[in-house]
Ligand binder design. Structure first.
Ligand SMILES: [Zn+2]
Length: 293
């Protein structure tokens, strides 16, 4: 199980893989160019919406092409899979990781579906990420203060998390410790003491969603406490859109291949900064070459 090996290596060595959302070829190129320049392994992920836009087979084929071209470890993940069938389709298609987000479901129902997915995924070497306490926000630039959004949620309870992981056998738990999807007027402060308590009671990997706009020192501390996957989406979207707007404003160019390079470069720059923060630079060497399952 190479995916498991990479996460184990990251945990043992104290770094994390960036999980970057993509919805088209240009974003994917920006992410891959960053992986190449930093020689970093990373996770390329799609939400269901992004996947529908890209096309499931197109996404997986494009990633496979880049793996062969670069020799780098590029894992694929379904981000916030919303139901059993959606996640099963990703497992069958050959994603390396599948995140089932059952945080809206009753606890027992979440356990039941997560467990079924684990049983289906593990024989194929695919890992399952699960979520019990909803990570609030969405992948936009928000006008609100982070505190007001944080206050309306339930942070992950260590005992409940321990029960859930032991009953389901899930590989990664998406913790909610104040991390929010999207960017805010002030960076959300993480409850690292809570993460320490979760780590003491729960035997699995942890992911940190909402990796855009967090304080660098908070992210570094979270990695020291067992976070091996940090999700980043909003900052890529902002870089993409702002750069595209600037390019279009300043030119009447029609050829898409002349319009897009600065946009790709802007995405690349954000991903490179995140790779530096997560400590994954230089970890993508050829000892982790493919085939990966
Ligand atoms: Zn998320």
């Amino acid at each position: 199980m190479r995916t498991l090996e990479i996460l184990t290596k990251a945990k043992n060595e104290g770094w994390a893989l960036g999980a970057f959302n993509t919805g088209n070829l240009e974003i994917t190129k920006g992410i891959v160019q960053a992986a190449q320049s930093q020689q970093a392994p990373l996770i390329m992920e799609t939400s269901f919406g992004e996947l529908q836009h890209f096309g499931l087979k197109n996404f997986l084929s494009v990633v496979e092409n880049f793996r062969q071209e670069t020799g780098l470890t590029i894992l694929t993940n379904l981000d916030h899979g919303g139901g059993l069938e959606e996640c099963q389709a990703a497992i069958e298609a050959g994603y390396n990781l599948v995140h089932f987000d059952g945080s809206n479901l009753p606890f027992e129902e979440n356990i039941k579906i997560t467990k079924a997915l684990v049983e289906q995924a593990h024989p194929k070497g695919i890992l399952i990420e699960a979520e019990i306490d909803k990570i609030l926000g969405d992948s936009r630039n928000h006008e609100e203060e982070a505190e007001s959004v944080q206050a309306s949620g339930n942070y992950t309870d260590p005992q409940k998390a321990a029960d859930f992981v032991s009953q389901t056998g899930c590989d990664i738990l998406a913790v909610f410790i104040g991390n929010l999807h999207g960017t805010y007027q002030t960076p959300p402060k993480l409850d690292l003491e809570r993460l320490r308590m979760i780590k003491d009671q729960v035997a699995c990997f942890f992911s940190l969603h909402g990796g855009s706009g967090l304080l660098a020192e908070d992210v570094k501390m979270a990695i020291k406490m067992g976070v091996v996957k940090v999700n980043v989406n909003t900052e890529l979207r902002i870089a993409y859109r702002q750069t595209l707007e600037n390019v279009l404003r300043g030119s009447d160019e029609l050829a898409i291949y002349k319009i897009m390079p600065p946009v790709i470069a802007a995405v690349q720059k954000v991903v490179e900064e995140k790779i530096q923060l997560l400590g994954s630079a230089g970890k993508g060497g050829d000892n982790l070459s493919f085939p990966l399952v």
